[in-house]
Design a protein. Structure first.
Length: 298
């Protein structure tokens, strides 16, 4: 609600500055999370799982089924409220308001970015919930209920990051099977690391030679791998991500995009009163398909 006692030029300036801040740059969370626009207060996300593979047809057709995977998504309410005094407006200091609202727009994006990577780093079912199969997102016994393939699968490693251990983690991820028992063939093209592991990640992703040996052996991962440094990650943690698939390992449920929700004037505040501007959004982060992420170490 926009109060009538707030000058229109301030409202327009607040809204424009906020949107400019919101769109100022793209953040890394968009590489590992898909946005789902919510139409209700609570959404039941349903995925039908993997499609069956062809089977030899002997005297007719072979009926094969899909499974359903479900999880509940509920948004959380978030807001930032900023102000500018009546005296500042009269003294033509509205640039101060512009700086504040731009920072508010940027901070919504920063908050989303931090929340996605904090959830990715946690992966334990305590803070951000469980994966669709009822297990921690990173766990040693993932099984799809009712699936043709019922062997437990593990996306939780415990190896210190170096070139050899990265290869071991990558091979483990490449062995994942879908609920039909077929290899997923996902391309794990991204590694998310803590700042402490940036040098190691850069050598793995960008050094064309095997830096762990003196024989100038080729580093086969340098041409197809990128890395993200996220301060939300624990010091020894690294996670392999298949970032270019049709799905993402993380989901951002967006019920209400960040926006200027309310503007009003309070004459009882100092400096002639305050013009308040409340920016508001409703969103939350949940886990997608665990096969799209492999935790090399915590």
């Amino acid at each position: 609600m926009i109060s009538g006692n707030v000058p229109k030029h301030l409202v327009v300036g607040a809204r424009t500055g906020f949107l400019n801040g919101l769109r100022r740059r793209e953040y890394e969370w968009q590489r590992i999370a898909a946005t789902f626009n919510m139409g209700a207060v609570s959404e039941q996300l349903v995925d039908i799982g993997a499609a069956p593979m062809p089977k030899e047809s002997k005297g007719g057709m072979t009926i094969q089924d899909f499974i359903e995977r479900e999880m509940t998504l509920k948004p959380t309410d978030w807001d930032i409220t900023v102000w500018i005094s009546h005296n500042a407006v009269k003294d033509d200091q509205t640039g101060d308001l512009d700086r504040r609202v731009r920072a508010s727009g940027e901070n919504f994006q920063k908050h989303l970015n931090a929340r996605v990577f904090t959830a990715l780093n946690a992966g334990d079912g305590t803070t951000f919930g469980l994966a669709y199969d009822g297990q921690d997102f990173f766990d040693s016994d993932h099984v799809d209920a009712g699936a043709d393939y019922s062997t437990a699968q593990d996306n939780e490693g415990a190896l210190v990051l170096d070139l050899n251990n990265f290869e071991t983690s990558l091979v483990a991820a490449q062995k994942f099977r879908d609920d039909q028992g077929q290899f997923t063939s996902f391309n794990y093209d991204l590694i998310v690391v803590s700042p402490e592991l940036q040098r190691e990640a850069a050598n793995i992703a960008e050094n064309p030679q095997d830096y762990a040996t003196a024989n100038r052996a080729v580093n086969p991962f340098a041409s197809g791998l990128d890395f993200i440094v996220a301060p939300e990650m624990d010091a020894t943690a690294y996670i392999l991500i298949a970032s270019n698939e049709s799905h993402k390992p993380m989901i951002v449920g967006m019920k209400e995009q960040p926006n200027l929700q309310h503007a009003w004037f309070d004459p009882d505040q100092p400096e002639g009163g305050y013009f308040f501007f409340k920016f508001y959004a409703r969103y939350e982060v949940v886990y997608g398909d665990w096969r799209l992420a492999y935790q090399g170490n915590t």
